[in-house]
Design a protein around this ligand. Sequence first.
Ligand code: SF4
Length: 186
Amino acid sequence: MAANPARKREVKSTTCYMCACRCGINVTVEDGEVRFIQGNPAHPINQGVLCAKGASGIMKQYSPARLTRPLRRKAGAERGNSEFEEISWEQAFSAIGERLQHIRDTDPKKFALYTGRDQMQALTGLFAKQFGTPNYAAHGGFCSVNMAAGLIYPSAALSGSSADPTSNVHACSSCSAPPKTIIRIR
Ligand code: SF4
């Protein structure tokens, strides 16, 4: 991509956060705005390999579909019809608090708590136990723990070392199943 000389262009080296492999990436930034993401050839794990999910990490920052405010289903709307209205954070916390209070007062085990990759899974478990439910889970139990057990880390370490550029296969048990092929781009 041709650089715009009027804009300040920098390349920041970091690690991809789109899955647990943590491949090395080079992020091209112009005037503080991410322009595109590439695999980092100097990184010992992925050696320049970047999968489609990693490249699309830019959309976590700029996707127009990204949620930025709480949404509530409109009164009378059917579940699944995608009819929502924006509400304030105060309204959202109040509505959630009322519902949780009712569940806790009646049967706390009806509350099932699932969190994504928030890196706060110890707090999630603590909250659920204090609430009174054994029903809690987080991303790790569905993805990264199984991934580690399935030896993805050794396979990630091998990626980039094969003569066949399509043979570097990462096998994630859930979020990326079936196993995805990582294409070498250098
Ligand atoms: S395998 Fe893909 S999504 Fe996962 S860290 Fe590497 S580039 Fe990112």
